[in-house]
Design a protein. Structure first.
Length: 287
């Protein structure tokens, strides 16, 4: 392997023997972050380029930052992701229980699932990644927007204030007829006592956005993305739209796009920079 290093502060030959570095830079992926620097690997020439802009702690501070998070940011708090190895519940694929079709066919099953999710989220604690985003919000204030696909409340409990839940909230429910969300921390695990609306008697469902339903706050999301200078995406597989398409919109507007997570998302090629690693390790360094 050959290295090209435009900077004097890092000798790539020191890294050559490091097992961590070898596993961080491989032919499978073209851009890697390691030791606060960004490397680009060209498989054809086997040359690794050290990109000129190192990843510096605090580099997001002087920006208008738009942050999108997914299930991965809560993984280290013990909450299962959707498509990872923990993505099964009672033998059901999680994304098959969280659907309008499942609700139509078996509301008791869906309520058992969301009751369990409520219990798990209540028992979980925010981690260092949630807290790192809260810290940057405190310094950027209105120049920081956090949109999450997650329905748990770990961002709020980690100290974030301006949190927008585009896929709904685990701790709200709504009547299928009246359609107004209300706070609800109940557990509905008995098929004979599922919740009903106090006003009209219709079934009450989780206030969650399932496939085929309209994601929340989209006008606000597009408005804030228009103003952003950086889009930071954390812990999402890039497989669910419209969230997965925000990076493409950002690219068209010339916004710098960063991804943080232990593996590349499906839409990896759309990002300017990818920082591989668990959110609790990488995020506190990035912000
Ligand atoms: C770590 C980590 C660590 C692990 N640190 N990271 C094209 C365009 C637009 C829409 C569509 C389209 N094609 C199809 C559609 C429709 C559909 C869709 O996207 N389908 C796909 C299957 C293709 N989308 C919809 O129906 C949406 N509505 C919609 O489009 O309305 C029309 C509309 C159009 C345009 C504008 C506005 C509206 C609704 C989507 C609803 C998604 N609902 C769910 C379940 C409900 C929530 C719940 O119960 O919790 O939301 S599905 C599930 O997937 C959940 C999640 O929020 C969502 C995303 O999952 P996420 O977060 O990416 O999790 P995973 O498990 O996939 O990935 C975890 C990641 O973490 C991995 O990458 C790991 O590596 C990483 N990780 N450890 C950091 N320690
Ligand atoms: Zn009602």
């Amino acid at each position: 392997m050959h290295y090209w290093c435009p900077e004097g502060d890092l000798n790539p030959h020191d890294l050559l023997g490091s097992a961590d570095f070898k596993s961080a830079v491989s032919a499978d992926f073209t851009i890697r972050a390691f030791s606060h620097h960004i490397f680009q690997f060209h498989p054809a020439t086997a040359i690794i380029y050290l990109c000129t802009s190192p990843l510096l702690p605090g580099s997001l501070q002087a920006t208008v930052s738009f942050v999108l998070t997914g299930a991965g940011i809560s993984a280290e708090s013990g909450l299962a992701t959707f498509r990872g190895s923990g993505g099964l519940w009672n033998g059901h694929r999680v994304d098959q229980v969280a659907t309008p079709e499942a609700w139509e066919a078996d509301p008791a099953l869906v309520w058992r699932f969301y009751s369990m999710r409520r219990r798990d989220a209540m028992a979980a604690e925010p981690n260092a990644a949630h807290r790192a985003l809260a810290a940057i919000e405190h310094s950027l204030a209105d120049n920081f927007y956090l949109f999450t696909q997650n329905v748990d409340d770990l961002h709020e409990r980690g100290g974030s204030i301006r949190v927008h839940h585009m896929h709904g909230s685990l701790f709200h429910s709504r009547c299928v007829a009246c359609d107004l969300p209300f706070p609800d921390q109940g557990f509905y695990e008995d098929a004979d006592s599922l919740p009903r609306c106090a006003l009209c008697g219709s079934p009450v469902r989780p206030h969650i956005v399932w496939f085929g339903e309209i994601t929340l706050d989209m006008d606000e999301i597009y408005r804030q993305l228009d103003r952003a200078t950086v889009l930071l995406v954390v812990g999402t597989s890039g497989s669910v739209y419209p969230a997965a398409g925000l990076v493409n919109i950002a690219n068209r507007r010339g916004i710098r796009t960063l991804y943080v997570g232990p593996e590349e998302p499906l839409n990896a090629s759309a990002f300017d920079e990818i920082f591989l690693g668990p959110a609790t390790e990488v995020l506190p360094k990035v912000v």
